[in-house]
Design a protein around this ligand. Structure first.
Ligand code: UTP
Length: 287
């Protein structure tokens, strides 16, 4: 089956980014010229998604507004001959079809994905966290979709991390490997470093099969008292094969102030519009 749906959980509280995110959802902070959520939506579309199911919570309605047609703004831009801006505004409206889903309480990532069950239905789907931005020749979600086309199983995005950092992530145990593709025999959310089975961290890009919803319905709160997507995936492993790929390229953090700043700087340096301004500013700073 083809992957046409992508679930983007964006209902989290964004506490690591306070006070910036007290009124403004972290997903609307800009990276260069567009908000974080648009980078995510563009990656999903590049991976083949046609319907984006975005999970939001109270106070995050502005995210929906970003993808809603604004006829008065478009008319004004047209009247004033601001055609490049008009083009940019229209591009974000027409990226894909959108379904908006509510998570009433922040009960965890697994619960947020479960909130998308009706919108997704009985089909495999992609899922991505907008907190990381894909950087490299082939978008990370595209690499997962390609792996799904080959294996027809759930696919996880894996990244090797220094052992002492594995306790910040979900950790995958490998049963067998074929180069950078691994069959996964177990997953554990945030294990203590000295108990972790590997240095393979589970990153925020997934292809999931619809049986994840049944698994999540019976998943008890785990690490941090939240319903963990990793625990739902553990239940999938008990039912059939699950693969993970060590993706190429990078996922750049935009979910913390330091990560967001570093990502903006890295992308700006090589950007035709912003590179010169940033290099000038660096000259000023280092003078
Ligand atoms: P995080 O762990 O980064 O949590 O969630 P957060 O609330 O967004 O941010 P901090 O840690 O308080 O700063 C990972 C992803 O899961 C979503 C978030 O929106 C983010 O995309 N999420 C998390 C939900 O949608 N609902 C939840 O209940 C928890």
């Amino acid at each position: 089956m083809e992957l046409h749906h992508c679930v983007i959980p964006a209902a989290g509280l964004g506490t690591r980014f306070l006070p910036a995110t007290k009124a403004l959802p972290k997903e609307l902070l800009p990276v260069l010229d567009r908000p974080v959520i648009q980078w995510a939506a563009e990656e999903a579309v590049a991976a083949g998604a046609r319907r984006l199911v975005i999970v939001i919570s109270d106070g995050k309605e502005l995210i929906q507004q970003h993808f809603t047609v604004h006829p008065a703004l478009e008319a004004l831009l047209e009247e004033r001959g601001k055609l490049a801006e008009l083009e940019a505004v229209r591009a974000s409206d027409h990226l894909a079809d959108f379904t908006w889903v509510r998570q009433d309480e922040p009960l965890g990532l697994g619960h947020a994905v479960l909130c998308a069950a009706d919108a997704v239905g009985d089909r495999p789907f992609m899922c991505m966290l907008p907190d990381d931005l894909s950087h490299g020749p082939v978008p990370v979600l595209r690499q997962l979709a390609d792996a799904y086309a080959e294996h027809q199983t759930p696919i996880l995005a894996l990244m090797r991390v220094p052992r002492e950092q594995i306790s910040r992530y979900g950790c995958a145990t490998v049963a067998e490997s074929d180069g950078s593709v691994h069959r996964i025999s177990a997953v554990v959310e945030k294990p203590p470093a000295d108990e972790a089975a590997s240095d393979l961290a589970i990153m925020g890009r997934y292809v999931l099969t619809p049986d994840i919803f049944d698994a999540l319905r019976t998943t008890e709160p785990g690490a941090g008292g939240e319903i963990q997507l990793t625990d739902g995936i553990a239940a999938l492993i008990a039912r059939g094969p699950v693969h993970g790929i060590e993706f190429t390229g990078e996922l750049l953090d935009v979910g913390t102030p330091a990560g967001w700043l570093a990502t903006n700087a890295r992308l700006a340096l090589n950007n035709a519009t912003f590179g010169a301004a940033l290099r000038d500013a660096q000259g000023v700073v280092s003078a």
